[in-house]
Design a protein around this ligand. Structure first.
Ligand code: SAH
Ligand code: DHB
Ligand code: MG
Length: 227
């Protein structure tokens, strides 16, 4: 059946309904994570956190690779941060970088209420200024901040990596806008440069996953450092 003009959100409604249905089967009610979303909403933060199924994907990934130290760029209210922190071993540690002071304040409160204040450090400031101060080798890096700087974040992640380090980047498809030849959006150009670097970079093996759901149509880049 053809779709009428004005009905273009039909797909998005379907994706959202499938998310709602499967969230119930796989993720179940999660009061802690829901309270973080509520506190973000009360503080007026934009609702651009990862979705519950994506948050749980990150959580499972941390468990699967037994990540101990990780780097999280773009905290917002700490929703994805807390998903990942919940998978940390007792001696694990997470640095999360956030440039917006209000976002960082809300995140600190959420992280405290989730009980991770001893394992999570929120560093306020532009990620590009904070990265040179980190003297750690990370098992996992998650990029979810200003996409125009993903190329720089990749350079830093490579410096702070070892064999087996996993790099995940959010929002690499952006409704397919990654393809718009004449895009004047610096984020799209940043993402293309980022993929060009991945293409040439011998030290990384990578793939991507296109995603649909309540957060629309987007995708993750997933890479692993070979050496
Ligand atoms: N990872 C979060 C969502 C992050 S939204 C989650 O899923 O819950 C992107 C965040 O990156 C915003 O809070 C924004 O303020 C922050 N940001 C944007 N530019 C930044 C920069 N240069 N350095 C650090 N953080 C930045
Ligand atoms: C935006 C940022 C995100 O990290 C996201 O998941 C969705 C949207 C944004 O800046 O518009
Ligand atoms: Mg994102």
């Amino acid at each position: 059946m053809l779709v009428e003009k004005g009905d273009w959100n039909i797909m998005e409604n379907l994706w959202k309904r499938v998310d709602d249905y499967l969230n119930n089967q796989c993720i179940k009610s999660d009061l802690l994570m829901e309270s973080i979303l509520q506190s973000n909403k009360e503080a007026g933060l934009p609702s651009i956190d990862v979705s519950p199924s994506q948050g749980k994907f990150l959580y499972l990934l941390v468990k699967m690779i037994q990540a101990k130290y990780f780097l999280d760029i773009g905290t917002l209210g700490g929703y994805s941060t807390v998903w990942m922190a919940r998978a940390l071993p007792e001696d694990g540690y997470l640095f999360t970088l956030e440039s917006n002071e209000t976002h960082a304040k809300v995140a600190r409160k959420n992280i405290f209420q989730a009980g991770f204040e001893d394992q999570v450090e929120v560093i306020v400031g532009k990620a590009i200024d904070a990265l040179p101060t980190l003297n750690h080798t990370f098992d996992l890096a998650f990029f979810d901040a200003d996409k125009e700087n993903n190329p720089k974040y990749l350079e830093w992640a490579l410096k702070l990596s070892k064999q087996g380090t996993v790099i995940v980047a959010d929002n690499v498809v952006r409704d397919g806008k990654i393809l718009y030849n004449e895009s004047d959006d610096p984020r799209i150009h940043g993402l293309r440069t980022f993929f060009d670097m991945i293409a040439k970079e011998e030290r990384i093996e990578a793939t991507f996953m296109q995603t649909v759901g309540e957060k629309g149509y987007d995708g993750f880049l997933i890479g692993r450092i070979k050496s």
